[in-house]
Design a protein. Structure first.
Length: 271
């Protein structure tokens, strides 16, 4: 398969290092209560989950989102600072990220900063997911100008332990310079029919797995092991696989095999 043609250094997770979940954005907590409850379930190996109210924070605090954000924040606190954080079954340690829509570089800087401040003030998020982020070299300077202030806002926030996390939601391999602009890049977002024949960019071999995430929809239960093997081979440390497809957003709900994929990945914590 083409993914086997990755450079040797890129195959650094083939030995079974632990994967974790990144959730691109479930539906509103009122419409998807089970999904949001699962994020705080003990043992869920969650790295982060995206909160998106209306392509951003919305116009005012949403009580249902406030409740969901509080549960996830409390779960992270228990996981990181509980009396027995090393138990074999641990609370999830995932961060909540605020969804910022860059509109491929068309959103004004001031609008994005205003949205970021609202996310921090209302929901005490622990980072940002920069959706529709540019991928070419021309868009890189503007993204760098944005990520600097975002890191500064997170550093000032009492909820973003460790300085927060910035994830670029590009969905494909961007210009290599973007790897220095954020903590993690989403380098694949698409259907299983493309993923199973995908190839990793050679430059990603210079970075550890925690710098990359893959989101794949339409993955049959019978191909879960193969999908996880591809993610490890290509050096992705964060994943979200679902059997759902053909929807407006196949990532808005739990995959039907959620319990199985959680057990395959195993319990974990995001430091």
């Amino acid at each position: 398969m083409p993914y086997l043609t990755a450079p040797a250094d890129a195959r650094r997770t083939a030995g079974g290092e632990q994967l974790g979940f990144g959730v691109p954005g479930y539906a509103h907590p009122l419409l998807a209560p089970a999904e949001w409850a699962e994020l705080a379930r003990p043992g869920t190996p969650l790295h982060w989950a995206v909160l998106n109210i209306a392509d951003g924070p919305g116009s005012r605090p949403d009580p249902h989102c406030l409740e969901a954000a509080g549960r996830l924040r409390n779960a992270r606190e228990r996981a990181l600072h509980g009396e027995a954080p090393d138990d074999t079954v641990r609370a999830s340690g995932g961060r909540l990220l605020g969804h910022l829509d860059l509109a491929h570089g068309e959103r004004p800087f001031d609008e994005l900063i205003a949205d970021a401040r609202s996310f921090i003030d209302w929901y005490r998020i622990g980072g940002f997911y920069l959706a529709r982020c540019p991928v070419d070299r021309a868009g890189l300077p503007a993204v760098r100008r944005l990520t600097g202030p975002l890191h500064a806002l997170l550093a000032e926030s009492d909820s973003a332990d460790g300085g927060g996390r910035l994830v670029l939601g590009q969905g494909t391999h961007p210009h290599p310079g973007y790897a220095e602009a954020a903590d993690q890049l989403v380098t694949f977002r698409g259907p299983w029919t493309d993923y199973r024949w995908s190839q990793v960019a050679e430059w990603t071999a210079d970075y550890p797995p925690e710098r990359f995430a893959h989101f794949v929809h339409g993955v049959p239960r019978t191909h879960l092991e193969e999908a996880m093997r591809i993610a490890r081979w290509q050096g992705a440390g964060t994943i979200f696989f679902t059997d759902r497809s053909g929807q407006t957003d196949p990532f808005a709900a739990l995959p039907r095999y959620w319990d199985e994929i959680v057990s395959r990945v195993g319990p974990g914590i995001s430091e």
